[in-house]
Each structure stands twice: as C-alpha cells, then as structure tokens.
Design a protein around this ligand. Structure first.
Ligand code: AMP
Ligand code: TRP
Length: 342
C-alpha cells in the first residue's frame, strides 16, 4: 500500500518518504560528486519529497574567508540546478538560512560521547590532511545528523565515503530517542552505481583535497588535458601489452559514458586499442555528456537574482517542517517556554 503512494509522483508530500542530502560549497563539482551522489539527487526528486542543502556551515571547517564562502555557495547552487535539480520538483536550501540546524546540532552534542567522534574515519583523515582541529571539525558529523533528521528524512543519497557518517547519524538518533522518546527516524544512505569514483591518479578517491579531480563544468580543453593525464593500468607499458580493464580507471569510467563499454574493454584486453585511444574517447564523451548542463549553467549564471530567489523559496518551504520538528524537540528537552497542550 505504502509502495504505491511512495511511487506515485502525484502523492501529496505529507505521505511521501523524505530525502535529504547536503553538499559542501567547497569548490567545483567533479565526476566523483556527480556519479557518486548528484545523479541520485536528480533521480530521487520525482519519487520522494526531496530537500537538498548547500551546507555552508560545514564548509566553515575549511573555508575561512567570507567572500569566498559566499561565492562558492552561489556556484554550488548553479551546479545543482545545471545537473538537473528543478526547484519545482525538489527543495534547495542554504543550511545557514535555517539556524535550527545548528540548534539541533547542539542538542545532539549533549548526547554524543566525544569518543564516537574521535574515532570517525573522516575526522582522522582530515586531521592528517592538516585541516584545523577545531571543535567544529570534531562535531561535523553531529551537524550532518541534525541536517538530515530535522526534516525526518529517511533516505540520504551520498557517496560511499559518507557511510560512516550515516552510521553515526543512526547512533545519534538512537541515543537521543533513548533519552527523550521516539522523535526521530533512522536515516539510511542511498548509493549510485558508482559509489566510489577514483581520481586521475588511478589510486585515490576523486576529491578536491587530493587534487585528482575532473571538474564536470571545466572547459573542454581542460577536460581533455585531465583525462589524458589519467594513470591507467600500471602493468601496461607498451602499446602491444594487453590491458586490464578491471584495474584501469579510464576503462572503469567508460561504464558510465556509453553502453558499448564491454567492446571498449575487449579492445584493451586484446591490445587492439591503446590507452591513448581509450582516453580520447572518454574525454569526448565526458564533454558531450556535460555540454547541455554547461550551457544551462551559463544561462542561469547570467540571471543575477535567480539563485537567491531559489534559496529564499526553499527556506520558506521548509519553515513549517523545521518548526514542527523543533517544537517537538524543545518540548521534550525542556528548552523554551511551556507550550499549551493541544
Ligand atoms: P563533497 O564534495 O565531499 O562535499 O561530497 C559531496 C557528495 O559527493 C557526497 O555525497 C560524497 O559522498 C560524494 N562524493 C565525493 N567524492 C566522491 C567520489 N570520489 N566518489 C563517489 N562519491 C563522491
Ligand atoms: N558530509 C557531507 C560531505 O562531505 C556533506 C553533508 C553535510 C551531508 N550534511 C549532510 C550529506 C547531510 C548528506 C546529508 O559530502
């Protein structure tokens, strides 16, 4: 029964399951973001009541200049609109426009043992990368849990790197519900066919901090340059050596840029084609795939007020949901005035 309601695009939002995901405005969207998460943001917007947040408060853990953060936030909204998020079918918000995310984070902080946060893999990684060891960096996944459950969202489209954060979100919900009663549902991640996209170095996860990205809106020549620089199968030294598509990241990416990837793989295995051919083809396919999105992004960027209008409408739309959740939460924890029983 729930199934039919959930699948129907016309179902009123109150009966549809809710999706939330957040993306940091920390730089240009790349193939990892797109294939690992944004593809699902777009796919889920018609089947669920989907809310997507540009999480500028999270980005403050690494970006310490106000003008830079504001302009990266604007750019990320453009990226999301260009890849296909439609403000008529989903809701886009800027996290800092909804201060209750931070309020709920604080309330969650009161139930979270520091040891849970210290052992979070992303916290350790970021410290190794030299990110300032602020209290906010430690509490980063707590704010993430608040982002999701303030909307009582149950489905969270993210890349595989976020799985530990979702696990922690569920633990936080259990701890909070245990103390105050069953207020929040436990959110689950939703992965794409490409939950971990490897970078141009052929070794590490594609990420801005690793400097191994292919930005999806880069100029065609830049995309060609980056694809040509990709590390392929390290054992394929001569053009005549057979390639191993399973370990070659260029071959792996071809899976997402055409139905004929099997024949491309066969060409590599038999050394009928060389890495250069396979890379050239991939670069052209990436450029073609993103060409209409790049054009749309340029059009949207030329409308100076559009982004702020989208964010203002988004903030207005989520207001009643946030007020309802926070009324319930404040009543349970004992903050704010006593409310008349309804
Ligand atoms: P970030 O740019 O780290 O804020 O990530 C935004 C979204 O993209 C998150 O859902 C990440 O899990 C996802 N993501 C980032 N990098 C990758 C990658 N290399 N492979 C798959 N998903 C990714
Ligand atoms: N931590 C996520 C990342 O780095 C961003 C994020 C913040 C998020 N809040 C979220 C993702 C809520 C999903 C749901 O990519």
């Amino acid at each position: 029964m729930g199934q039919t309601l959930e699948e129907s695009p016309k179902a009123p939002s109150a009966t549809r399951e809710r999706v939330f995901s957040g993306i940091q405005p920390s730089g240009a969207s790349h193939l990892g973001n797109y294939l690992g998460a944004q593809v699902n943001y777009v796919a889920l917007q018609d089947r669920y009541d989907a809310i997507y947040g540009i999480v500028d408060l999270h980005a403050l853990t690494t970006i310490h200049d106000g003008d830079t953060l504001r302009s990266l936030t604007h750019d990320m909204v453009l990226d999301l609109l260009a890849v296909g998020l439609d403000p008529a079918r989903c809701t886009l918000i800027r996290q800092s426009d909804i201060p209750e995310h931070a309020e709920l984070c604080w309330l969650f902080d009161t139930v979270v043992p520091v040891s849970w946060l210290e052992r979070t893999p992303t916290y350790k990684e970021k410290r190794e990368q030299g990110v300032d060891n602020s209290n906010a960096l430690l509490s980063y996944p707590v704010l993430q849990a608040a982002d999701i459950v303030i909307y009582k969202a149950t489905k969270v489209p993210v890349g595989k790197d976020q799985a530990p954060h979702l696990e922690l979100s569920r633990e936080i919900v259990r701890a909070f519900n245990h103390r105050y009663g069953p207020i929040f549902p436990e959110p689950q991640p939703v992965f794409t066919e490409a939950p971990v996209v490897i970078g141009t170095d052929g070794a590490r996860k594609m990420s801005k901090s690793a400097g191994n990205t292919i930005p999806i809106f880069a100029a065609p020549d830049e995309i060609r340059r980056l694809v040509m620089s990709m590390v392929t199968d390290p054992l394929r030294i001569r053009r005549t050596d057979p390639g191993r598509p399973e370990v070659c990241n260029v071959c792996q990416l071809h899976r997402f840029f055409g139905d004929d990837f099997e024949s491309i793989w066969d060409g590599e295995r038999s050394a009928r084609t060389g890495c250069v051919d396979t890379k050239k083809l991939l670069a052209e396919r990436i450029i073609e795939r993103f060409r209409p999105m790049r054009e749309r992004r340029e059009q949207l960027a030329a409308e100076p007020d559009y982004v702020e209008e989208v964010l203002r409408a988004g903030a207005e739309k989520v207001r009643p949901i946030v007020e309802a959740t926070m009324a319930e939460v404040r009543a349970a924890v004992g903050t704010g005035p006593r409310r008349a029983a309804r």
